[in-house]
Design a protein around this ligand. Structure first.
Ligand code: GDD
Ligand code: MN
Length: 362
């Protein structure tokens, strides 16, 4: 039998959902050649173990377990790149996406009727009762309206997590994708050099079967990040923008601590400045770990201490670069404010390069 379709199932704590979902997929696909690739981010509930147990008895099931990584989008891409099947579908593993749509989506792709098949919650004949709250639904619809602009394609549900396309198309687009957050489809469509031909399939977005949604907290934020990435991301990379924003807040922390110790507390300037620097670095480390590198977040006392020490070392190198560049430019007669600004920028780039290479390494 030839392999036609790979079904990528990103999972985070979906142990109970996996076995029944694979049964439903097998029923839907019938005699068609398919494989399912579970991409699990080291779930605490043993999802990967359960998937491996199933895979031992069914050669159509494969498992990728990622250690120390997080993120729906990057998990989906990793699964897509791991198959030899000519077509690939991505779907949620919690039963909100009905596998019964798979054969029609595959047929539309194989016949060339479309380049991307999207299971939509908002097209005629579909329903979205699985969106837990009306607030979530309203938020979702608003996000959809914004996202439609970005995708460059007329699509009722560019935020759908259930879609299929040619594997080599996805593989070619992957290097241009931000892979941050969970808007995989939007990321794919917006990364294409020309609008892709899309067809939508009405989906009854069901209730999740077991477990809880992983996206509620991160939804709005990741979406904003995605918007930024697609509009300004090619000018100033998203991560650097976040890093810079955190750095700006760090300056405020520095000044506040300095003012409290030196102006209010009556401390001497040098120790006050030293403590303020220390406070700002610690704040920046913590905030970057929480926000800028939330997909590679350091956890546990040892990792945090090592990361924090590494971050302080990176800051020291950045500070040397900062002072050297500013001093040089000022020496050439550049206005002191411009020289300082250039120094800060060079220092920040150094900081960023060193800390993403050595502190929050992949
Ligand atoms: N590997 C991995 N890593 N999988 C993840 C991660 C992660 O960090 N986060 C979530 N997942 C998996 C979940 O286990 C599930 O199989 C799927 O991704 C979707 O996650 P849910 O937590 O169930 O998301 P949702 O139901 O709230 O969100 C749905 O609607 C969004 C739009 O409103 C999904 O269909 C999204 O894809 C969709 O964008
Ligand atoms: Mn879900």
């Amino acid at each position: 039998m030839t392999l036609r379709l790979a079904i990528v199932l990103p999972t985070l704590d979906e142990r109970e959902n996996i076995a029944p979902l694979l049964t439903r997929i097998a029923e839907a696909m019938g005699p068609e050649g398919w494989e399912a690739i579970v991409v699990d981010d080291a779930s605490a509930d043993g999802t990967a173990d359960e998937a491996r147990r199933l895979a031992r008895n069914d050669l159509r099931v494969r498992v990728i377990e990622r250690i120390g990584r997080r993120g729906l989008a990057s998990a989906a891409i990793e699964g897509i790149c791991a198959t030899a099947a000519p077509f690939v579908a991505v779907m949620d593993a919690d039963h909100q996406h009905d596998p019964a749509l798979l054969p029609a989506m595959l047929a539309a792709l194989e016949s060339g009727a479309c380049e991307v098949a999207v299971a939509s919650r908002y097209v005629a004949g579909a329903s979205a009762e699985g969106l837990a709250s009306t607030r979530r639904e309203r938020g979702s619809r608003l996000a959809v309206r914004l996202a439609r602009r970005l995708a460059g394609v007329d699509l009722s549900d560019p935020m759908s997590g259930y879609f299929a396309l040619r594997t080599d198309t996805a593989r070619a687009l992957a290097p241009r994708m931000s892979q941050i957050g969970f808007k995989v489809l939007l990321d794919l469509l917006a990364s294409a050099p020309r609008p892709l031909r899309v067809r939508e399939f009405p989906l009854h977005f069901a209730e999740r079967r077991s477990g809880v949604s992983k996206l509620d907290r991160a939804v709005a934020f990741d979406f904003l990040v995605g918007l930024y990435d697609k509009t300004f991301g090619s000018v100033v990379p998203t991560r650097f923008a976040l890093f810079g924003t955190v750095g700006g807040l760090g300056v405020l922390v520095h000044l506040a601590v300095l003012a409290a110790l030196y102006r209010v507390g009556g401390a001497a300037f040098i120790p006050a400045q030293a403590l303020a620097t220390f406070a700002a670095m610690t704040f920046n480390f913590w905030f970057n770990n929480w926000l800028t590198y939330r997909d590679r977040r350091l956890r546990g006392v040892r990792a945090l201490l090592r990361g924090w020490a590494g971050f302080c070392a990176a800051c020291a190198v950045g500070a040397v670069a900062n002072v050297a560049v500013a001093g040089l430019l000022e020496g050439y007669g550049l206005h002191w404010l411009l020289a300082a600004g250039a120094g800060i920028l060079v220092g920040a780039v150094w900081n960023y390069a060193l800390s993403s290479r050595f502190v929050w390494k992949r």
